[in-house]
Design a protein around this ligand. Structure first.
Ligand code: SAM
Ligand code: SF4
Length: 370
């Protein structure tokens, strides 16, 4: 499944403070340690002789906006030396570490998409999940980003402690007075190894799952009213502003991950870096996953493609796996529930967006039918 260009993901594993709900790998720090930073440069450099073309870059975390201006400059110098770079370049930024200086430098380095982790514009909700910014800091940050960039994603969350449809409506209405082109909306996942999980075990009440589904539905309708198109289960964009990096991953394009805990799918092989900073600096081995059998691959393709509005392209499916989609899924395509929740045309098979909330069970049914 080799593609001419690949995506590049760089993981910055530091946050000023860990949010109560988050299980992504990052450690508490006000800055990006120079030792780890140099190791990231070295890993990027290790690809230099391969002459790889990169058509999307995503710098994520953790909190990449903790990189200093000098680190941002050195990072891009190394990326440009090691890869042939074009296309979309995104960096995730937390509202409290967005500054004019950093934005100006990022712009001059070729970054063309900024993702701001807002989550909510209600102070009590932000506090309840342990964010260090308040609503005003987030609003000021978005306005500052607007001075330099026009392609801006906002991350929001639903199902937060104390959140109601009314408070979500307040967040969205405030947001719609600002300029942005893309919105990722995540339903809170209660991860077992997080402080929020312990708080819930000890009596903290979260909105129940029906209310969270209603909140998601409400956010969807509001975003659609404002021209944002739901092109993937959790992602909404104005036309032309879909995230290319993530879209490529959902469509089985290859990517290289740099930094602790990052994953790669490169030269038809999946591998991941050591998970912790210590093991990464120690140059522990990457974990190389066994080549999946064809069934597993088909399953993964289906799982990823069905997250998107485009769904499964039956021609692409045939080209990649030599299989005829309609014949393999003949039984399931005549199933009444699947017919209600999905659309099958000669070219495509996709889940109707109003049934995304049961997408997991649809996908499981499909995988079982293989
Ligand atoms: C890993 S964070 C990195 C970006 C940045 N540090 C931030 O917090 O804005 C990316 C996004 O994942 C989402 N996220 C993290 N943990 C989550 C969870 N347990 N449930 C739902 N969304 C989560 C948040 O919306 C966050 O903006
Ligand atoms: S949500 Fe973002 S800021 Fe919060 S701990 Fe996770 S990566 Fe860090």
């Amino acid at each position: 499944m080799t593609n001419n260009s690949v995506g590049l993901y760089i993981h910055i594993p530091f946050c000023k403070k860990k949010c109560l709900y988050c299980s992504f790998y990052s450690v508490k720090s006000d800055e990006v340690s120079e030792t780890l930073f140099l190791a990231l440069l070295e890993e990027i450099q290790s690809y230099r002789d391969k002459h790889i073309s990169v058509d999307t870059i995503f710098i994520g975390g953790g909190t990449p906006s903790l990189l200093s201006v000098s680190q941002m400059e050195r990072l891009f110098e190394e990326i440009n030396h090691s890869f042939n770079v074009s296309g979309e370049i995104t960096i995730e930024m937390n509202p409290d570490s967005i500054t004019d200086d950093k934005l100006k430098v990022l712009k001059s380095l070729g970054v063309n998409r900024i993702s701001v982790g807002v989550q909510s514009l209600v102070d009590e909700e932000l506090k309840a999940i342990g964010r260090i910014h308040n609503a005003q800091v987030a609003i000021d940050a978005i306005n500052t980003v607007n001075k330099y960039f026009d392609n801006i994603n906002i991350d929001l969350m639903v199902g937060l402690p104390n959140q109601t449809i009314e408070s979500l409506s307040y967040t969205l209405n405030k947001l719609f007075t600002l300029n942005f082109t893309h919105c990722s909306v995540y339903s809170l996942i209660l991860e077992e190894n997080t402080p929020l999980y312990n708080l819930v075990q000890n009596g903290l009440i979260l909105p129940d799952s029906d209310i969270s589904v209603d909140m998601y539905e409400f956010a969807t309708l509001e975003l659609e009213k404002h021209g944002f198109y739901r092109y993937e289960i959790s992602n909404f964009a104005l036309s032309g502003y879909e995230c290319k990096h993530n879209s490529n991953c959902w469509h089985f394009h290859e990517y290289i991950g740099i930094g602790p805990s990052s994953h790669s799918y490169y030269e038809d092989t999946r591998f991941s870096n050591p998970e912790t900073i210590e093991r990464y600096l120690n140059k522990d081995n990457k974990t190389i996953y066994p080549i999946e059998d064809k069934n597993t691959r088909v399953g993964e393709y289906i799982m990823l493609a069905l997250r998107t509005r485009e769904g499964i392209d039956k021609n692409d499916f045939k080209q990649k796996f030599g299989l005829d989609f309609d014949s393999i899924f003949k039984n399931i395509l005549s199933n009444k529930d699947i017919n209600t929740s999905c659309v099958s045309t000669t070219k495509r098979f996709y889940i109707k967006p109003e049934f995304y909330y049961v997408s997991n069970s649809i996908i499981v049914n499909m995988l079982e039918a293989m």
